[in-house]
Design a protein around this ligand. Structure first.
Ligand SMILES: *Cc1c(COP(=O)(O)O)cnc(C)c1O
Length: 402
């Protein structure tokens, strides 16, 4: 008899998140390896021609081609689904592949989407540039304003799309209220949960239909690989997403899936420690700067909502130096420890100037509309000693006279 491996629902149903993060979805091979095996294979061989035919006909269980299935990728999909409390999950090559597939798989010409204005730059490119080219109408709104969602609904509205907290303005969306509006109108809510991860926030607990990830960020968590994931009901993943995913091919590499599996084992530890350090760094910076936007601080306009729907506020926040690009770039250039880098979710502390990097591609008015000004910087707080981070920031701030 096979030893329990984390795939049997009758066993995993009672496991708590920390156990699922280490063991959920594990499928051991005949060798009984403890760490998940890495199946770097594009194809699969069959014992006979009839088996091949039966697998293609869906009459026999088994894999046919790694664009469609791979054992290592499947372990990751099962683990993420278990952590999310979702019926099913499909992994993708990047976070943007996840967002694109989660949306396009269910949209057609003539449909209408309501989307948040404050969003990752490439998500705004999807809603502002790509979708209109295919006759998909989009209304972008200030997503923290719950009434704006209700007002934007039209008879042909198919999808609500937003992230919370949003990149890089740290706007929050009231998950329960907005997913409730979507449900009432038969609209599918698609939530980009990259900043929080299932460790800090599970949107489905508040009624979200689809949760999509950039696993590049906190899930890998060590700045190594690009990856993404889409969670939903079994019906959504199998009937709506899979035909799109299998035929267009935004498939995750087994190697990257393996790296993210290892990352998930420590996700909860990392994100809690990084959130703790972020709160200390944000508190220090609040005493030195005109504005700090971190949902974990009492000064954040949606602090109460953060406390309601998030376990902690995460490792990422934004700061305003006052002045303009000169001051912001000056602060970056004065750092010795914290890297100038536009990635987030890394175990290293990183800082970037969104207006000239991640959100450079956005129209200048669109940037200003959501508060991405020339003096704004975004900080990812890593796993270094928090006192070293504060000393580095202290020195850089003194260097620009703050
Ligand atoms: C990084 C990010 C993405 C895109 O993910 P990639 O893995 O870089 O493709 C999408 N949404 C949010 C909120 C992100 O932070």
């Amino acid at each position: 008899m096979k030893r329990r491996t984390g795939q049997d629902k009758s066993i995993t149903a009672n496991w708590r998140p920390a156990t699922l993060a280490v063991r959920g979805g594990t499928a051991r091979s005949e060798w009984g390896e403890t760490s998940e095996a890495l199946f770097l294979t594009s194809g699969y061989a069959y014992d006979c021609a009839e088996d091949a035919a039966a697998r293609f006909a869906g009459e026999q269980q088994g894999m046919t081609y790694s664009r469609l299935q791979n054992p290592t990728v499947e372990m990751l999909e099962k683990r993420i689904a278990l952590l999310e409390g979702a019926e099913a999950c499909r992994a993708t090559a990047t976070g943007m592949a996840a967002m694109t597939a989660a949306l396009l798989c269910q949209l057609s010409q003539g449909d209408h989407v309501v989307a948040a204005k404050a969003a990752f730059g490439s998500c705004r490119w999807l809603t502002d540039t790509l979708f209109p080219r295919f006759g998909i109408e989009v209304t972008t709104i200030h997503a923290h304003d719950t009434d704006a969602w209700e007002k934007a609904v039209r008879p042909n509205t198919k999808v609500f799309f937003f992230e919370t907290p949003a990149n890089p303005t740290m706007d929050l969306v009231d998950l329960e209220a907005v997913c409730g509006i979507a449900k009432k109108h038969g609209i599918t809510s698609v939530v980009d949960n990259a900043f929080a991860t299932p460790s800090l926030q599970r949107p489905m607990d508040y009624g979200a239909d689809v949760v999509a990830y950039s696993a590049t960020k906190m899930m890998d968590g060590q700045g190594r690989v690009l990856a993404g994931a889409i969670c939903g009901t079994e019906k959504f993943i199998t009937e709506t997403l899979l035909p799109f995913h299998r035929n267009t091919g935004p498939t995750l590499s087994p190697f990257n899936a393996w790296v993210v599996l290892k990352g998930l084992e420590t996700l909860d530890l990392r994100i809690r420690r990084q959130s703790e350090s972020a709160l200390k760094v944000a508190t220090f910076l609040e005493g030195r700067l005109p504005k700090v936007l971190y949902p974990g601080l009492a000064s954040h306009p949606q602090h109460a909502l953060a406390a309601k729907q998030m376990v902690a506020a995460g490792p990422i926040f934004s700061i305003y130096t006052g002045g303009g690009r000169k001051e912001a770039h000056g602060l970056l250039n004065g750092l010795n420890l914290i890297d100038i880098s536009n990635n987030i979710g890394d175990s290293r502390s990183l800082m970037t100037h969104p207006a000239s990097t991640t959100h450079y591609g956005m129209a200048a008015e669109a940037r200003l509309e959501v508060g991405i000004t020339e003096d704004m910087l975004r900080l990812n707080v890593g796993l270094e000693d928090v006192d070293d981070l504060i000393e580095d920031l202290d020195r850089a701030l003194t260097g620009i006279g703050l």
